[in-house]
Design a binder for this molecule. Structure first.
Ligand SMILES: Nc1ncnc2c1ncn2[C@@H]1O[C@H](COP(=O)(O)OS(=O)(=O)O)[C@@H](OP(=O)(O)O)[C@H]1O
Ligand SMILES: Nc1ncnc2c1ncn2[C@@H]1O[C@H](COP(=O)(O)OP(=O)(O)O)[C@@H](O)[C@H]1O
Length: 171
């Protein structure tokens, strides 16, 4: 589907919710339609551009700010951006959307329940947090503020990837 202009989809949710999986699937679908798309993944940013940041509130806000700057730059160059970041704080998310431009940015809440995310535990982080081997884990010791008026909510325990991608394209 042809998008009107370069857009940012900001996927927020708990670790293990399915943000990265859906971001990559959406990027592939956009590219199949001939539309350039770039995934900005929190995990990847943290290995390079954001490797100086921890998981305290200020670091997470700075992480969101940098991702927003990247998304804004991509959109200004006619490239869609798909951000996949926990981004747990409402204030930091809203600041990010203001940088990107509220009209260009769609907030997507990947609201897969914590119990499902914890059962998936693809990186073993929840288990480590429950064993007190990891601190500030979102969903365990650190909070997550749910978006109140997202463009779309997707629970990946109820929605298969193909359907979710269609919803994202129409959001
Ligand atoms: N304490 C703690 N809390 C949350 N997440 C943690 C933590 N420690 C490591 N990880 C891993 O880092 C990924 C989240 O990075 P983000 O940059 O998206 O987080 S944030 O937006 O700055 O909150 C997150 O990746 P995803 O699972 O893709 O969300 C985790 O794998
Ligand atoms: N419908 C679905 N959508 C997205 N992920 C799903 C779905 N069903 C199962 N999964 C699985 O859930 C896990 C989500 O991990 P990931 O995409 O890395 O989440 P996050 O980036 O939010 O941490 C993956 O192992 C993925 O295969």
């Amino acid at each position: 589907m042809k998008q009107q202009m370069a857009t940012t989809w900001w996927l927020t949710g708990l670790p293990g919710a399915g943000k990265t999986t859906l971001a990559q699937a959406l990027a592939a679908a956009l590219r199949d339609c001939g539309e350039p798309a770039c995934v900005i993944d929190g995990d990847e940013l943290r290995t390079g551009l954001c490797n100086d940041l921890a998981f305290d509130e200020a670091s997470r806000a700075e992480n969101a700010r940098r991702a927003a700057r990247l998304a804004q730059l991509l959109n200004a160059n006619a490239i869609h951006a798909i951000v996949a970041m926990v981004s747990p704080a409402t204030q930091a998310r809203e600041a990010a959307y203001a940088v990107i431009g509220v009209g260009r940015c769609k907030e997507i809440h990947i609201n897969t329940p914590l119990e499902v995310c914890e059962k998936r535990d693809p990186k073993g982080l929840y288990a480590r947090a429950r064993a007190n081997q990891l601190t500030q884990m979102t969903g365990v010791q650190a909070g997550y503020e749910c978006p109140t008026t997202p463009a779309l909510r997707i629970d990946t325990s109820q929605t298969e990837i193909r359907v979710a991608v269609q919803q994202l394209l129409l959001a």
